[in-house]
Design a protein around this ligand. Structure first.
Ligand code: FE2
Length: 287
């Protein structure tokens, strides 16, 4: 185990840690290797007071693997600086609100994301927390009967499905790039995922999951609602109240996350670097 030169303070939850005494923009290989092991162990790492530039955020994220897409603003501010109205016809607002449901990133794509580096640039006066939920602890807390029931079940994952379920039509006014809305058949993913690096089992569920083969529509929805409601409860959840300069790293293979509401006339600007999943372990065939 490489020498630890930073401090690790576990969060008050089944997962996660706050890391201090570290500069993410300037990590040597030994520090990175140590940090990687802590990340696999805790899944969510919170780094206060980093103030990463866009370039430094991308460079740090790339140490975990190729990125799924270039740095994306998660923001209600337009390029000209104006704040988007809280308007359910605005494509960006619809995605921001949709992401208030618990989810894993990119399960609706052929390759699920490995993780993400997320940074806070402009934060609202209240609200706007991001929550994470520990799907490893959730799986382990299920009854043996439920573990057996879901052992061989899978679900389809689709952004069309999850946005429509919240009453949002896709691509209405053209202000959102449309990433994630694709016309291939939706991937079919097992409900129980084995982590490719730790070997631990976790639930793979969330708002994009639906249509379990072998169950009718109602049975499928009831089971997924039950699993989601059970999984996202203390001590398996943590909500972070952002300060400007915070950076966060999460493992998308075993955590879900959600945005939370804020007064949307106030600007909120975050940057998201999404680390691509390994095709050998995160690919799911369309079905
Ligand atoms: Fe997300």
């Amino acid at each position: 185990m490489p020498e630890m030169r930073f401090q690790i303070e576990p969060l008050d939850a089944s997962f996660g840690a706050k890391i201090t005494g570290i500069a993410l923009a300037d990590l040597d290989q030994a520090e990175f290797d140590a940090l990687y092991q802590v990340w696999l162990d805790r899944a969510l790492l919170i780094f206060p007071d980093q103030h990463l530039s866009n370039e430094a955020q991308v460079a740090f994220a790339k140490r975990f693997g190729a990125l799924e897409f270039d740095l994306a603003p998660i923001s209600n501010v337009r390029k000209d600086g104006s704040v988007r109205r809280d308007d359910d016809k605005d494509d960006v607002v619809k995605i921001l609100k949709g992401n208030m449901g618990w989810h894993h990133d990119s399960t609706y794509m052929p390759v699920q994301a490995k993780g993400a580096v997320f940074t806070a640039h402009t934060v609202p006066s209240q609200g706007g927390e991001t929550g994470w939920a520990d799907m490893t602890a959730a799986y382990e807390a299920l009854t043996p009967e439920m573990q057996t029931r879901i052992a061989d079940l899978s679900a389809h994952h689709s952004l069309y499905y999850s946005q429509q379920k919240m009453g949002f039509k896709s691509k209405e006014d053209g202000s959102y790039s449309g990433y994630g809305f694709h016309d291939d058949a939706p991937p079919l993913r097992p409900l129980v995922k084995v982590h490719p690096e730790t070997g631990r089992r976790s639930l793979l569920i969330g708002r994009h999951a639906y249509g379990i083969p072998g169950l009718n529509e109602q049975e499928s929805e009831t089971l997924l609602d039950e699993l989601n409601a059970f999984a996202c409860q203390p001590p398996r959840i943590y909500h972070h109240h952002w300060q400007v300069g915070d950076a966060v790293l999460w493992d998308n293979r075993c955590l879900m996350h959600q945005a939370t509401p804020w007064p949307m006339h106030e600007p909120r600007v975050m940057y998201h670097a999404r680390i691509a999943g390994d095709e050998r372990t995160e690919f799911a065939a369309p079905a």
